[in-house]
Design a protein around this ligand. Structure first.
Ligand SMILES: [Zn+2]
Length: 233
């Protein structure tokens, strides 16, 4: 096989390696996580913190109601057990009992509101937790597929790299160096086919002398315009 065809084969291998590596990088990026799942977990945490806040308000109110009830029970006992005999004291105690009853009643109303709120947030939490579970299952399945594909691509990269090493041995050092330089400088396309009488890399006409040189099995011809190695046929 002529040098230019060996180089063209190397370019095909390099193209394949580049697209395998790009696909692998894409999968690695996708394996970083599921955006929808991350957002759903975030929302769940937000609901959880609202739920914790309302639950602690509930406990505080329950404690307050309980301690008021205890106090009220004690005062009511004193009011009715005959231990307070002075009318003025009795009236004062009566007023305090009414006052405590009023305060307790308004705390109880507040507690009912808080319980309703907690119940609503509880339902919201359950719904969001179900969404998170579903997305986690989906991600588990999906990431398994992605990991399998990543393994397949990694193996393919190893094989294509081995083919590249083998192909390099078929090319002389100077043409190989030229190819490597051009591949970097010309965005991956170091070898251009001559189509008609035109360089397919830059669409500029190739002079006859250069075309003849490009047909030689040993010499390499380069496009006078874009410098790419020319391949005929
Ligand atoms: Zn050209």
């Amino acid at each position: 096989m002529s040098q230019v065809l060996e180089i063209l084969t190397l370019q095909t291998i390099d193209d394949e390696a580049a697209s395998l590596r790009a696909a692998l990088a894409d999968i690695d990026r996708r394996l970083q996580g599921d955006e929808e799942l991350i957002a759903a977990r975030h929302e769940l945490l937000e609901v959880e913190s609202r739920l914790n806040a309302v639950r602690s308000r509930q406990r505080r109110l329950e404690d307050e109601v309980e301690s008021l009830s205890d106090k009220l029970a004690r005062e009511e006992t004193r009011l009715y057990d005959g231990s307070v005999k002075v009318l003025k004291e009795l009236q004062g105690l009566q007023a305090e009992v009414e006052n405590l009853q009023k305060t307790r009643s308004s705390l109880e109303d507040e507690l009912i509101g808080v319980l309703d709120e907690a119940e609503a947030i509880d339902r919201e939490y359950a719904a969001k937790a179900a969404v998170v579970r579903k997305l986690e299952e989906r991600w588990e399945q999906h990431s398994q597929d992605l990991r399998r594909e990543a393994r397949r691509l990694t193996d393919a990269v190893v094989r294509v790299d081995a083919r590249r090493e083998a192909q390099k041995t078929k090319i002389s050092p100077r043409p190989l160096q030229l190819y490597e330089d051009l591949r970097v400088r010309k965005g991956g396309m170091a070898v251009a086919r001559v189509v008609g009488a035109t360089c397919s890399g830059c669409r500029v006409a190739i002079p006859d002398a250069v075309r003849r040189k490009a047909m030689s099995p040993t010499d390499l011809a380069q496009c006078p315009n874009c410098e790419r190695i020319l391949s005929i046929g």
